[in-house]
Design a protein around this ligand. Structure first.
Ligand SMILES: [Zn+2]
Length: 101
């Protein structure tokens, strides 16, 4: 199981068959009550990654008391996924250089 850490808070990231939000199937969901993020494994891998980033942005939103609209979270996750794309490998690797963190 993966964990997403933000300051003192840790979210368990779980990959499951069915993800429900308000009794409707969805790609991913974050639950503050048990600090978990669930991602549906039934979607393609690239969509799973974007769904995880989307839910992480929701965690950041809550943590920093931001007030994003759902559409803004979606656009941020789409934009950040482009940052992580192969064509941006040099900047991605520089940003993720563990020596600089
Ligand atoms: Zn959302």
């Amino acid at each position: 199981m993966m964990k997403y850490l933000i300051d003192w808070r840790a979210y368990d990231v779980k990959f499951v068959e069915v993800v429900l939000h308000d009794n409707e199937a969805c790609y991913g969901v974050i639950q503050q009550s048990d600090q978990s993020i669930k991602i549906a494994v039934t979607q393609p891998g690239s969509q799973q990654r974007e769904a995880l980033l989307h839910e992480i942005l929701h965690a950041i939103e809550v943590h920093y008391r931001l007030d994003f609209k759902e559409g803004e979270i979606h656009l941020l996750s789409v934009g950040l996924m482009q940052l992580f794309a192969e064509k941006n490998k040099p900047i991605r690797e520089w940003l993720c250089n563990s020596k600089s963190l």
